[in-house]
Design a protein around this ligand. Structure first.
Ligand SMILES: Nc1nc2c(ncn2[C@@H]2O[C@H](COP(=O)(O)OP(=O)(O)O)[C@@H](O)[C@H]2O)c(=O)[nH]1
Ligand SMILES: [Mg+2]
Ligand SMILES: [Zn+2]
Ligand SMILES: [Zn+2]
Ligand SMILES: [Zn+2]
Length: 490
């Protein structure tokens, strides 16, 4: 049996060697006649007659006689919870074992979600069975192909039967005969059902209480004619099932794995886009902060101030000058005394009267062979407060630049990651299509993609939002192209 790791948690049906059992999966709309067919099979295998009907599945008019109700006890708990409403009906004939698996009806009134859930249950039970001999599509043969529910049921079935089982597809048209059937098997296209895999039955005995036809000769004849025909058809059908042989049902598990991987990857993709959104917003913030810091740096860069300072330099002169000690001024330039005593001979002093130039006493003056000259020089002073602000903003800016550098690294990484994940989604879709060429990606992924679009719409970074929406649109058109033409364009 399967040696694949994907099947490791799948409980198998114990104590029945799958090689000996022909597992037949019955699928179809609610009301198509699956339960009735199983009751007819019960009569076929267990020798029931119109006078002594054997009933596996009770109906309003017939009570169960076969004790199949507790059959699900054979399955372990894990299996039971997984299969839900799938029920096994086991029969044996001449040492050959058959298991007919009744599944929840599709296109149920409870809606699409319920259908999807039921399809999963059907696929789970198919996988757990280990091998499948036939997938039996039970269709009410009076229904023409054009009803919307039937079309949707057919599409659901196409999406759930792996290609390895296409040869094992069996169609049972109920409520009709080969001549009266309205249903066009061509509606299953591109599935082609071999003639010997098509069966027509009118299983009318159980639709009315026995009293309705038992004592009325004409009604009984009609019921009996159909009954006998059905039994002959079942004989052919059971023989054909053994001809179809066993196909390992791993493919159902692979489909389930691929489907859930694709959905998980799509969701992971969205959370990447959300991360990208956050990072891009942070990038914008940081770029703004960097700008602010850069402006601060330039506005605080004038922390140096130049001031003009006056000072006095003694310029040497070849002659003597009389200088006031108090005023620091030259009172007599190139004094005619030429430095000789007494100073009273200087024309600025008349006897002992004060200096005519500055008014100070003679004793406050001296002779010197230089001339004090006032000069100015430029001195650079540092504005401490401004410098502190400058240093702070320079530091700030360096930090922001570091963060920007890290952030753009993270962004690069994440963008590559996003591309790789999308590629993985594409690859998984292609792989799933290889397993099930009729898989309807558009339907299967519709709700996931709608959720992604809603998520993308709420992204705050306009650039990332546009990018996310474009990526989703690409994935969507890729999956649509897969649904219409195998291979698809990417
Ligand atoms: N006349 C006639 N009635 C049928 C046939 N198959 C099913 N029915 C009736 O159609 C109704 C739904 O059948 P049922 O077996 O419960 O469908 P299921 O929901 O697929 O299990 C019941 O009333 C059946 O008696 C058929 O081949 N001929
Ligand atoms: Mg039923
Ligand atoms: Zn003088
Ligand atoms: Zn003087
Ligand atoms: Zn003076």
């Amino acid at each position: 049996m399967s040696h694949r790791s994907t099947s490791k948690q799948i409980p198998r049906i114990e104590n029945r060697s799958s090689k000996n059992v022909y597992n037949v999966l019955l699928v179809g709309e609610t009301g198509s006649g699956k339960s009735t067919l199983i009751n007819y099979l019960t009569n076929f295998f267990r020798g029931g007659t119109l006078q002594s009907l054997k009933i596996a599945i009770p109906s309003p008019h017939y009570r169960a006689t076969e004790g199949f109700a507790h059959h699900e006890n054979d399955l372990d708990d894990a299996m039971k919870s997984k299969t839900g409403k799938c029920t096994f009906y086991n029969f044996s004939l001449n040492g050959t074992h058959y298991a007919f698996i009744d599944t929840p009806g599709l296109s149920d009134t409870s809606g699409r979600n319920k259908d999807a859930e039921n399809i999963l249950k059907i696929m789970d039970v198919a996988e757990m069975s280990g091998t499948i001999a036939a997938v039996m599509l039970v269709i009410n043969g009076t229904v023409s192909r054009r009803t919307a529910t039937l079309t949707s049921t057919i599409n659901m079935m196409k999406s759930s039967v792996p290609d390895v089982l296409l040869k094992n597809l069996v169609v049972v048209l109920t409520n009709c005969s080969a001549t009266s059937a309205n249903f066009d098997v061509g509606a299953l296209s591109p599935w082609i059902i071999a003639e010997k895999n098509k069966f027509y039955m009118n299983n009318s005995a159980l639709s009315k209480p026995m009293t309705f036809w038992m004592d009325d000769e004409e009604k009984f004849d009609e019921i009996e004619r159909d009954w006998k025909k059905s039994m002959r058809t079942l004989d052919k059908m059971v023989k054909q099932i053994t001809q179809l042989g066993h196909v390992t049902s791993n493919a159902f598990g692979e489909m389930r794995t691929k489907k859930s991987e694709i959905k998980a990857e799509l969701n992971a993709h969205m959370s990447d886009m959300k991360k990208l959104n956050a990072l891009r917003n942070k990038l914008t913030d940081l770029q703004h902060a960097e700008n602010v810091a850069a402006n601060a740096v330039s506005s605080y860069s004038n922390y140096r101030k130049n001031t003009e300072v006056e000072y006095v330099e003694n310029k040497p002169t070849p002659y003597y000058n009389v200088i006031c000690r108090i005023h620091g001024t030259v009172c007599c330039l190139n004094c005619e005394r030429n430095g000789f005593w007494p100073m009273t001979f200087c024309s600025y002093f008349v006897g002992l009267s004060p200096c005519r130039n500055c008014g100070c006493g003679i004793g406050d003056h001296f002779d010197a062979q230089y001339e004090p000259v006032k000069k100015t020089k430029t001195v650079e002073t540092i504005l401490e407060e401004t410098k502190q602000l400058y240093d702070q903003s320079t530091h700030q800016r360096a930090m922001i630049r570091g963060q920007l550098c890290n952030l753009s690294g993270d962004l690069d990484f994440l963008e590559k990651e996003v591309d790789a994940k999308i590629q993985k989604i594409i690859d998984n879709c292609r792989a799933l299509q290889k397993i099930c060429s009729q898989f309807n990606f558009s339907d299967e992924l519709a709700s996931t993609i709608a959720a992604l679009k809603a998520d993308a719409g709420s992204l705050t970074n306009l650039e990332v939002k546009a990018d996310a929406l474009a990526k989703i649109a690409r994935i969507q058109s890729f999956t649509t192209s897969l649904s219409t033409k195998p291979g698809g364009k990417w």
